[in-house]
Design a binder for this molecule. Structure first.
Ligand SMILES: Nc1ncnc2c1ncn2[C@@H]1O[C@H](COP(=O)(O)OP(=O)(O)OP(=O)(O)O)[C@@H](O)[C@H]1O
Ligand SMILES: [Mg+2]
Length: 518
C-alpha cells in the first residue's frame, strides 16, 4: 500500500481510550485506506508533530487546559493543516463559533460515517493544496523560460485578441519600429498595416475566424511607426496566451528589420593581469586568456517600501575564457543577483558589467536580449524542460529560432550534445520519463547546443542528491575541458565548490574571499 493510501491523523483527546475509540472508528469506515493515528498530549507536542510535515489532519475533542479545542484549532489553522472538531454535544452557537475559529467541520461523537467522510474530504483537499504549492514555482519558472526563448527568437511573434496586440517579442516590436515590447500592448493590429491594404487584412481576419483549424497566411504591405512601408507575410494561427485563447501572429518581414550590432565573440579583448578592486582581493587572469566577463565596482540595490536592500556592494570580478568558476556564499549573499547581472537578466544600480568586451549597463532591453541569446546559456536549478517535448526536441527547440542554422547541422548538434551528456539512447524520452540527473543533463545539452561563450548555472545541483550532483559537476567539468566553454555556477555545497578551479566567495553582497586551484 503506498503512503498515499494512508491517512495520517493527529488526535487531540483527553484519554487513551478516546484515542483508541477514534482510531477504531476511522479504521472501521475506511476500506482500502490505512489509518495512522497519533495521540497528542500537549500543545507543544501538537506543534512539533505538525512541523514534521507527515500529519495531514488534526481531530480534536472539547479538550482541556492548553489542549482546549480553541488552542488546537488555532495551532492547526496557523500551520494550514485542516482540523475537525468532534464533541459530545454542541449547540448551534458553538458550531458557529468553532467554524469561525477555523475548524473545517464540527461533528457530534458517534457519527462514524460522517466523520470518515469529513476526514477523507479534508485530507484530499489538503493534498491538492500541497501539490499546487510545489507545482507553482515550477510553473512560474517554466513561464520565465518560455519568455526567454520567445525573447531570443529571430521570428517576429505577437499575440492578439479582438484585433488588438496583447504581447509580442522584441523581434516583432523591432520590425515595426517600436522601441520596447511594452509599447505594442493595446495597439490595434490594423495600425501596422498600410492604410490602402487594411481591407485586405480585415478579409484575412475574417478567414481566420471562419477556418478554425487552419493557419491563415497573407502577403501584404506593412507599416512602421516612422511611416516606412515594407512587404511582409503574416501568418495567423490559434493559440493560448496566459491561459486565454488568442491569435498568434508570425510576421516574416522585408529587409528593414536590421539587427543592431552585436559583439563578435572572436574579437580579442585586452586583458589586464590584475583587476584593481576596492576590497582588496585581486582577480588574476592568465595573460594568454581572453577576458569574457568583467564586473567593475557593481552595486545592486532594491527598495522594499521605505527600506533599501543592498544585494551587491562594490563587487569587482574578472573572468577569463574557459574558466570553471564557482560563486559561493550563504543564502542571501548575492550569488543569484551577481549571476543575473552577468547573464544580462538584470543591470547594476551603479558600476559596470562587460560581457565579451561589450559594456551592458547602457544597453536597451532589446540589445541585452540579443547579447544574451548569442553569448550566454542558462542552466536552471529546476531544469525547466518543456514537459511535452522529448529530450531531443527540448535540446533542438532553441536552435529552431536560429534560421541561419541548416537542418542537417541542427540535427548534428543536437545529436552531438545529447551524446556528450550521455543521453544518446534517451533522446525520445520525455522529462517525466527521465531521472532528476538525466533531466539536468538534458538542460546542460540545451544550454550548450547554442554554442554560447559562457554557461551560467544557478545552483544546478540543488535539486539533486549528492552523488547525482557530483556526476553533473564532473560532466560540466569535462565539457569545460574538452570544449573550452566557460562555466560560472553558484553553490552552497562545499563538495561542489571543491570541484571548481576558482571560487569567489560572497557574503552580505561583498566579495570576501577568493581561491584559485593550485
Ligand atoms: N527583487 C528583489 N527585491 C528585493 N530584494 C531582493 C531582490 N532580489 C534579491 N534581493 C535581496 O538581495 C539579497 C541577495 O539575494 P540573492 O538572491 O542574490 O542571494 P543568493 O546568494 O542567491 O541566496 P540563495 O543562496 O538563498 O539563493 C538578499 O538579501 C535578497 O533578499
Ligand atoms: Mg540564489
Amino acid at each position: 500500500m503506498s503512503s498515499n493510501d494512508t491517512y495520517h491523523v493527529l488526535l487531540c483527546c483527553e484519554s487513551r481510550q478516546d484515542v483508541d475509540y477514534f482510531t477504531s472508528l476511522l479504521r472501521a469506515r475506511g476500506p482500502g485506506v490505512s489509518i495512522r493515528t497519533r495521540g497528542v498530549g500537549s500543545l507543544a507536542e501538537l506543534r512539533e508533530c505538525i512541523d514534521d510535515g507527515i500529519w495531514e489532519l488534526v481531530l480534536t475533542t472539547e479538550g482541556q487546559r492548553d489542549l482546549a479545542a480553541r488552542n488546537v484549532i488555532a495551532a492547526a489553522r496557523d500551520a494550514a493543516v485542516p482540523v475537525i472538531y468532534c464533541g459530545v454535544s454542541v449547540t448551534n452557537e458553538e458550531v458557529d463559533e468553532l467554524l469561525l475559529a477555523g475548524a473545517r467541520d464540527v461533528l457530534r461523537r458517534g457519527q462514524g460515517p460522517r466523520l470518515f467522510h469529513a476526514v477523507s474530504r479534508e485530507i484530499s483537499a489538503f493534498r491538492s493544496r500541497r501539490a499546487l504549492e510545489t507545482l507553482r514555482p515550477r510553473y512560474d519558472e517554466a513561464l520565465r523560460r518560455c519568455e526567454l526563448l520567445l525573447e531570443a527568437a529571430d521570428e517576429a511573434i505577437a499575440y492578439a485578441t479582438d484585433g488588438v496586440h496583447l504581447h509580442c517579442n522584441r523581434a516583432y516590436a523591432r520590425i515595426f519600429g517600436f522601441d520596447a515590447v511594452g509599447d505594442l500592448e493595446g495597439v490595434p493590429q490594423l495600425d501596422l498595416i498600410a492604410p490602402d491594404h487594411q481591407e485586405e487584412f480585415k478579409e484575412a481576419l475574417r478567414r481566420y475566424r471562419d477556418r478554425t483549424d487552419e493557419t491563415v497566411t497573407i502577403a501584404i504591405t506593412a507599416m512602421r511607426t516612422d511611416g516606412r512601408r515594407f512587404p511582409a507575410r503574416f501568418e495567423l494561427a490559434r493559440t493560448n496566451y496566459e491561459g486565454e485563447p488568442c491569435m498568434q501572429v508570425v510576421v516574416h518581414g522585408g529587409a528593414l528589420s536590421g539587427r543592431p550590432d552585436v559583439p563578435v565573440l572572436t574579437e580579442e579583448a585586452t586583458v589586464e593581469q590584475i583587476v584593481p578592486r576596492a576590497h582588496g582581493v585581486a582577480a588574476i587572469i592568465a595573460p594568454d586568456r581572453r577576458e569574457v566577463v568583467r564586473v567593475e565596482q557593481a552595486w545592486k540595490e532594491y527598495s522594499l517600501g521605505a527600506q533599501m536592500v543592498i544585494a551587491l556592494r562594490d563587487v569587482s570580478v574578472s573572468i577569463a575564457d574557459g574558466e570553471f568558476m564557482a560563486l559561493a556564499g550563504p543564502s542571501g549573499s548575492g550569488k543569484s543577483t551577481l549571476l543575473n547581472l552577468i547573464g544580462c537578466i538584470d543591470t547594476p544600480t551603479r558600476g559596470s558589467v562587460m560581457i565579451t568586451g561589450t559594456e551592458v549597463s547602457n544597453r536597451t532591453p532589446d540589445e541585452l536580449a540579443d547579447l544574451r541569446a548569442r553569448t550566454i546559456g542558462f542552466i536552471f536549478q529546476t531544469f525547466n524542460l518543456l514537459p511535452v517535448l522529448s529530450a531531443w526536441e527540448n535540446v533542438e527547440y532553441p536552435l529552431l529560432q536560429n534560421k541561419e542554422l541548416k537542418k542537417a547541422e541542427r540535427r548534428e548538434r543536437v545529436g552531438h550534445y545529447l551524446e556528450l551528456v550521455g543521453l544518446g539512447k534517451h533522446s525520445k524520452h520525455r522529462p517525466n520519463e527521465l531521472s532528476g540527473g538525466q533531466r539536468q543533463r538534458v538542460a546542460i545539452a540545451r544550454a550548450l547546443a547554442a554554442r554560447p561563450a559562457i554557461v551560467l548555472a544557478d545552483e544546478p545541483t540543488a535539486n539533486l542528491d549528492h552523488k547525482t550532483g557530483e556526476g553533473i559537476l564532473e560532466l560540466m567539468k569535462s565539457i569545460n575541458q574538452e570544449e573550452g566553454t566557460t562555466f560560472i555556477f553558484s553553490t552552497h555545497d562545499a563538495k561542489v565548490m571543491a570541484m571548481a578551479d576558482r571560487v569567489v566567495v560572497l557574503s552580505d553582497g561583498e566579495v570576501v574571499g577568493e581561491r584559485h586551484k593550485i
